[in-house]
Design a protein around this ligand. Structure first.
Ligand SMILES: [Zn+2]
Length: 159
């Protein structure tokens, strides 16, 4: 693994241990050339996912990008970082298990929102509002109304 600081390819693994409830292996690495330390994660990858964008553009699925957007949504929220890692792994596993390597980008957004809604309402609204900026503005109203599960549960008399 190449050192991210100096580019030396000859780095050493100092410590390996299970992470994210044994879904990943976390390795602490050391670069003898510059004394830099960094961490890598090893995870099961069931398939190479390709994201299909709105205009049909194809792009390799990027777990880091997904993780960044979720962490931004969860900023300063009282959610355990380990739980966030598990959540991201769960989302990726779901995407990988959908039976097709091609995943529409709005399907990913949908799964992320569904997962966030269960973990943290504020993060969910943040993510949904950013995500929905790309969609019709009135769609967001539907999402906000979905945030009231008790009212929705007895809604069989209405509509
Ligand atoms: Zn180095």
């Amino acid at each position: 693994m190449r050192c991210p600081f100096c580019g030396n390819v000859d780095t050493q693994v100092k410590d390996s241990r299970p992470a994210e409830d044994h879904v990943a292996i976390r390795r602490r690495r050391y670069c003898p050339a510059c004394a830099g330390r960094f961490t890598t994660y090893e995870r099961v990858q069931l398939r190479d996912l390709v994201v299909i964008k709105k205009q049909g553009k194809r792009e390799a699925f990027d777990r880091d990008k997904l993780e960044r957007s979720i962490r931004i949504a969860l900023q300063k929220r009282p959610v355990d970082p380990e739980r966030v890692d598990q959540m991201i792994s769960g989302i990726v596993r779901r995407l990988e298990s959908m039976g097709d390597s091609d995943v529409p980008s709005d399907k990913i957004g949908e799964i992320v929102m569904e997962t966030l809604a269960r973990i943290d309402t504020v993060a969910y609204v943040r993510f949904a509002s950013v995500y929905k900026n790309f969609q019709a503005a009135d769609d967001f109203e539907d999402f906000v109304s979905e945030l009231r599960p008790t009212e929705a549960a007895d809604g069989d008399g209405k509509s």
